[in-house]
Design a protein around this ligand. Structure first.
Ligand SMILES: Nc1ncnc2c1ncn2[C@@H]1O[C@H](COP(=O)(O)OP(=O)(O)OP(=O)(O)O)[C@@H](O)[C@H]1O
Ligand SMILES: [Mg+2]
Length: 380
């Protein structure tokens, strides 16, 4: 059990203890009625309350909640504290949270990774790598242990986006004499990219099966350790790499990035149906370059408004949000610091943190539901 910033002081004094004894039944039932914000069910209905202990003026609550909890824990903690202190304002409340994961086979690649997420799109240049880098850094900022695989073997972006262009993959041989690579690390994110293995022009002439071979190496011969999230930045389209991913990696789901234009939206349909056909759920659609903020603070929806949300609805996939077209985002990519790490760009930072929160929330919902792909079938 870990105490996720769990304790708080009520207005505790010695006289409080004797004046108002705690009412265990009332407190238990208040806790049972607290709503899990992601799952929209009460903690009671979810069987999330493992135990409640009462000790003089302290209420100690043991919760078991579906992972990932990096965003959800604080909200659930606060809701529980409020629920107890509405009944017993003088109580000191401690909340201890244990993570729950659905049962999974252990003899699979990346068995130590809790949530595996592909960032994909049908169309090139819509901002997949930008979004993947920012989501990874955002999750790491919230305390998650995060890895990012640059699965764009042909045209890697991670070295530039993390300012690691001169770096080379290093590793050691294991007892079987097999090379085991050590990921780079920046902004709390573990990173692997073809750009750490060979020059960009060499990678660009590699054929599909060879690219897939390298991706396998990144999956199986890198010392990832235990991760909360492993994000895959995919190349555009529906080629060998996507197929390798679908076959080799037990993905939690895919995030589809689009821009608002009609043509890009047609590609979203194609992207989602590709993942549907290989039974990988779509965790959500992100609309990038959605609008431009004018000097007076108003939004100019240059390419039209609401397209991403509409397509998400049509495809029965959650809509995770809009990311503005903004120079800090572009510069963050070129300068090697994802905008979510840039405290001088608070608006863009907030937009990305909100996306990461929505994604984490969707992953929790999938965990709780035992995650099956939606059965939308669309021909491509
Ligand atoms: N919201 C944004 N605002 C401004 N520039 C952006 C935004 N999103 C992405 N860009 C810029 O657009 C360009 C393409 O983005 P990115 O490389 O992330 O796209 P991609 O979908 O990964 O491309 P590819 O299909 O080639 O892999 C980059 O220069 C990036 O900095
Ligand atoms: Mg890319």
């Amino acid at each position: 059990m870990s105490n996720l910033n769990g304790s708080t002081n009520g207005t505790h004094t010695a006289s409080d203890d004797s004046a108002t004894p705690l009412n265990p039944n009332a407190i238990r039932s208040a806790l049972e009625n607290v709503l899990d914000p992601d799952l929209q069910q009460t903690l009671g209905a979810l069987g999330a309350i493992h135990n409640v202990e009462f000790e003089v003026n302290t209420v100690r609550v043991y919760l078991i909640l579906y992972a990932p909890l990096h965003f959800a824990a604080e909200r659930i903690n606060n809701a529980c504290k409020d629920a107890v202190q509405r009944i017993a304002p003088q109580a000191r409340v401690e909340i201890l949270v244990q993570e729950k994961m659905p049962e999974r086979p252990q003899n699979r690649p990346l068995a130590n990774v809790k949530h595996l997420i592909a960032v994909a799109s049908g169309k090139g240049g819509v901002g997949k790598s930008t979004i993947a880098a920012n989501l990874a850094a955002a999750l790491a900022r919230k305390g998650a242990v995060v890895g990012l695989i640059d699965a764009d073997i042909h045209g890697p972006s991670v070295p530039t986006m993390f300012d690691l262009e001169e770096e080379e993959l290093r590793g050691t041989k294991n007892e079987q004499g097999q090379f085991i690579g050590h990921p780079m690390e920046k902004y709390g994110v573990k990173l692997v990219s073809m750009g750490f293995v060979m020059a960009r022009d060499q990678a660009a002439i590699m054929r599909g099966p060879m690219q897939a071979g390298y991706l396998n190496t990144f999956i199986e011969q890198i010392e990832w350790g235990a991760l909360d999230f492993l994000i895959f930045d995919l190349p555009p389209g529906t080629g060998d790499i996507q197929l390798t991913m679908a076959q080799r990696v037990p993905l939690t789901g895919a995030v589809i990035v689009t821009t608002p234009q009609n043509l890009a939206l047609a590609d979203v349909r194609r992207g989602i149906s590709m993942f549907n056909r290989v039974n990988i759920p779509t965790l959500g659609v992100i609309e990038n370059m959605s609008y431009y903020v004018l000097p007076d603070g108003s939004r100019d929806y240059i390419f039209g408004q609401g397209g991403g949300e509409k397509i998400a609805k049509e495809m029965n996939a959650p809509f995770l949000g809009e990311v503005p077209l903004n120079i800090n985002i572009r510069k963050g990519g070129d300068d090697g610091m994802p905008v979510v790490m840039n405290d001088h760009a608070p608006l863009q930072q907030r937009a990305i943190m909100e996306l990461a929160e929505k994604l984490a929330s969707e992953v929790r919902r999938r965990s709780a539901a035992g995650a099956q792909a939606p059965t939308v079938q669309i021909s491509i």
